[in-house]
Design a protein around this ligand. Sequence first.
Ligand SMILES: [Zn+2]
Length: 385
Amino acid sequence: MKITRFMTDHGIRHEALRAIALASYHHAQTNPRAVMYGRPLTKEKYDASRWIIEPFHRLFDCCQENDGAGAVLVVPADRARDLPHRPVYLLGAAQGGHHRSAAPVHNAPDYASAHFKTVARNMWEMAKLGPKDVDVVQAYENFTGGVLLSLVEHGFIDPATVNEFLTLENLEIQQRKDAHEYQRRQPGRVLHARAGNGERECPPAARHRRQPGGEPAGRCRPWRPHGDAGQQPRPRHGGHPVSTALPAGLPAPGIEPLTAPYWDGTRAGKLVVQRCRGCHKHQWGPEWVCHRCHSFDLGWEEVAPRGRIWSWQRPHHPVHPALNGYGPYTIVLVELPDADNIRMVGNLLCPPDAPVTIGAAVEAVFEPHDAATPPYTLVQWRVAG
Ligand SMILES: [Zn+2]
């Protein structure tokens, strides 16, 4: 959702991510020990690959599993001079996150970020170099969107020029005479497992799918909007609409002292969030301390159950066995303008192919799970109107 928001903010097209995937496969064809050696990727194959998560994660945008280990031997420069290989000098290294990067992830102040900005600045200062001094970049990120953010936040690309710059032609390493020699001496030290790759490139077998709250597979209506089944007022839920979008068998929320007031609120059909008694600001998710004024005096208040879509995604795979056969389903990050623009994650009740608009107004729909132990009520969202 961070990358969706970033791409939306800067008008970045999907082709930029495609170029990153194509470049990775392109370079793999020059290395016999690369995982994807002998398996070139074309634009057509990329475009035809199945969705993993909309709006930007097609199959080839995603990382394969990469269990393994690597090591870099670091020795003092004077010691390195005695070793048989030409040394590589480490000019700068930095790690860390930026302000509030450890906060509840969807409420970090700088949301559409991979948190490289502070670290990159420190690294450049240490190395006494800048992006313009660099000839070759290896961005080790597990998804194409991560590479995009890494290149931008290390200063290699201005977001305004991403569409123009990120093409296969611009990302291709120019083959030099010594490049082949290098690869002969340094065959890829790959970490990636190869098993099963062929299966993953195949589209999923045709299968019956059912939407939460919809008809079982095989009925005349293959899809049905999420939550159609029970949007009727219930007195206990304060007259707000009620949905029955999700199936039974999902894990119950972990209700603990810190979060209990929120869950008590949803059972009563109210959206209740934390508000600091010191600075009077709302915050989400629940924390023991106010992250603005550091007060421990936090209370809870009901807020208007409405907001606007800040970002979204649509997974095409079940994340729990109870969701087998359901989906794709739509997840939204909702910003609450009436509560200091805090953001909370929820499902958007909509058809699986419904367009989603960042900024669209949404309203809460309460979904009781009365048969669960303990009973709980979820907050879902639907487009207002
Ligand atoms: Zn405060």
